[in-house]
Design a binder for this molecule. Sequence first.
Ligand code: G1P
Length: 252
Amino acid sequence: MKGVVLAGGTGSRIFPLTKVTNKHLLPVGKCPMIYYPLAKLKEAGISEILIVTGKEHMGEVVNLLGSGNDLGLNLTFKVQDQAGGIAQALGLAENFAGKDAVTVILGDNVFEDSLCDFIANYQKQGLGAKILLQQVKHPERYGVAELDDNNQVLSIEEKPTAPKSNYCVTGIYMFDAQVFNIVKTLKPSKRGELEITDVNNTYIQQHNLSADEITGWWIDAGTFDSLKKADDLVRAGKLDEQVLKLLVPCQP
Ligand code: G1P
């Protein structure tokens, strides 16, 4: 299992904080936002990680993280030339992933739970995809899962006006190497992007997607309000202290 952190996009919802810097470098507690997904991957035993970001901010991201050696990680970087969507960014990970499965985290997802059990569940299931769901008050802001009586995912709708459940699809995904073939078949959505929701719907059609519920707090820190909330939750639970302890060099 390898890791992919998607840290592109323009951060338009929190402009002008993102006028000169990348959203994923903004502070959350005592750490830059991108430390949180990196630490969650490391905690789950994944140290080989690809970071995808736009060309405007790659320099700053590399300045912060370097090769990853100082954080006990082995990092690779890939430039997304235009903000063409999450699935387009994921497509850039094809060579990095090779035949391996990947755990993909959106760089602005800050959350409490460890990924260890979810990844173990995914590995038991064999190939395919896994998504993590969370019950939220405003599902219309996210990808929303439609579930049957056995909690199997029937479909996912991206930011629906009439959500079919209150289960939002978090930005934490596990995929096998088939994901790259699926990305190549996608067409841009109404917002002109290749959507991760279309990737997941393809896995659903192939009966190859499972879902687990993530019950600890989870935040998509892409708006002013959610950025503030992530900061509050991180400080209250001292998640930043844990992350700083996790991301230290491995002693020889
Ligand atoms: C993206 C995905 C959406 C998902 C969300 C989670 O939305 O498209 O399905 O629920 O991340 O963070 P975006 O933040 O790009 O609007």
